[in-house]
Structure formats: structure tokens, C-alpha cells
Ligand binder design. Structure first.
Ligand SMILES: [Zn+2]
Length: 250
């Protein structure tokens, strides 16, 4: 089944700008770099604070590397790639790569991060079963995306996870939007032009992973992939290359 022509789809609205803090919650190192780093670069340029929370260290992601060796390496690459787009705070929740379970433990960890950082915008990655009906999604992405959407409500309710309150993490109901990158049903977008070059360098920081993934020159691979991605949304965003998001308002 093919996707409908994007030309026939309604225009994407600009993502709301009246916020100061964003928390991006994803499963693996590289999820944000494949998904939306150009938008993140634009946000930090504008003086907004963005924090990354990763459920795992991506330790099962490279066939030729033992997880014990791979985890710390990918953590290091993730920190470097975050720095390229102006993000200094990167946290890891230490769930197990490849077998992340949707459930209250994951929701609690994400709710705790939301209460710690008190964001107005939460960003996550495609939580649906497939990528646009074409490719099967991974269970980690599905679990983390869904748990993130759910944890936004958990973070705002002091009677859910009262143990977090006991740890000094007061409830936070100030999340106004959850923006899902990589969704096949986008509603909003961010102009990718100012952040595109940095998003390419940001993805390139995952060098070990990319060198195993492709025989292509890593820079050519990253540039081609990300440029095509943002061009694909231009038809629905006034001809501008864009990072699309499916936005849930609260
Ligand atoms: Zn991933």
C-alpha cells in the first residue's frame, strides 16, 4: 500500500513557539538525530532549553560489538551529537536495549524526568506499529513513545506514583504539547533550513553505528538521508524544508 500524495494533504502549521523548556524522550542513541535534530538546533539557537532522555544506551545496536563495550561508546557518541545542536543535558534511564517493556516502570521513570525538568513541550518518536505502513517499527520505539505520551499525564497527577513526590519530585502539569517525530500523521512542522547542516553533523557523531550500517561514505549517507527527509515535508510547509511533527495539545 502506498502513501497518499503529500500534495493533496493539508498544510502543516508552524509548531507553537511560546515555550522555554523541552524534554525529548526516545528509546535509543540516534533516534533524535534521525528524527528531528534540525528542529532542536533551531530551538537552542532561540535560547530555549532542551534536555534529552534516552531509555537505553543502545547497547544491542551493533552486531560486531559486545553490549558492555557498545553501551558506553554509544553514550559518548550521543553526548557528542547532542552538543552539536546545543544540548548539554543527556540522561539515560537504563532500560535494556531491544527489550524495553511498556509498563508502569517505564512510565514512572519518564514521569520522574518530566517532573525534574518541568518542560512545556515534550518530544518523542513514532509510537505506531509501522513507519507509514511501509516498515515495521521496533518494539522499543513503540513502548517508549506510548509511555511518554502516558507519562505526561502521570507527571501531572500527584496520586499516580506518590513515591516520586516522596522523593521531592512535585507533580508537573505544565506540559502543553507532545510533539511526535517520524509520525505518518504530522500536523505541525519546524523550518529545517537553519538547523539542517548541524543536524547532519549531529547524526555523523554516531559514527560507529553508521559505519556498520552502510558501506556509503558516512557524510554522504547522513546528508542524503536528512536532506531527503526534510524535503519530503516541504510541499506541506510553504515549500520550505521542514521537520514534521504530530502534535497532541493538552
Ligand atoms: Zn531507535
Amino acid at each position: 500500500m502506498s502513501m497518499p500524495e503529500s500534495k493533496s494533504e493539508p498544510p502543516l502549521d508552524p509548531l507553537p513557539q511560546d515555550w522555554q523548556r523541552a524534554l525529548a524522550v526516545v528509546a535509543h542513541p540516534d533516534d533524535l538525530e534521525y528524527g528531528c535534530a534540525a528542529a532542536i538546533a533551531a530551538w537552542t539557537d532561540a535560547g530555549r532549553e532542551v534536555t534529552y532522555v534516552l531509555a537505553t544506551r543502545g547497547e544491542a545496536g551493533i552486531d560486531t560489538l559486545e553490549p558492555d563495550e557498545c553501551g558506553p561508546l554509544r553514550e559518548q557518541e550521543q553526548r557528542a551529537s547532542a552538543a552539536v545542536v546545543g544540548v548539554d543535558a543527556v540522561e539515560f534511564l537504563d532500560h535494556k536495549d531491544g527489550v524495553v517493556e511498556y509498563g508502569t516502570a517505564l512510565r514512572r521513570d519518564i514521569a520522574a524526568a518530566i517532573r525534574r525538568h518541568r518542560p512545556e513541550l515534550v518530544v518523542t518518536l513514532n509510537y505506531r506499529d509501522t513507519w507509514g505502513g511501509l516498515y515495521w517499527n521496533t518494539p522499543d520505539h513503540v513502548a517508549v513513545g506510548r509511555a511518554t505520551l502516558d507519562a505526561v499525564a502521570d507527571a501531572g497527577n500527584r496520586w499516580i506514583f506518590p513515591e516520586l513526590t516522596e522523593q521531592g519530585l512535585e507533580s508537573w502539569g505544565g506540559v502543553r504539547w507532545v510533539a511526535v517525530a517520524g509520525s505518518d500523521r504530522p500536523t505541525h512542522a519546524v523550518d529545517a533550513t537553519p538547523g539542517l547542516e548541524r543536524s547532519i553533523r549531529s547524526l555523523l557523531e554516531h559514527r560507529t553505528y553508521i559505519e556498520v550500517l552502510t558501506d556509503e561514505d558516512p557524510e554522504t549517507y547522513c546528508r542524503t538521508f536528512l536532506t531527503q527527509n526534510v524535503q519530503a515535508a516541504a510541499d506541506r510547509f510553504d515549500g520550505k524544508p521542514a521537520v514534521p511533527f504530530e502534535v497532541f495539545s493538552r
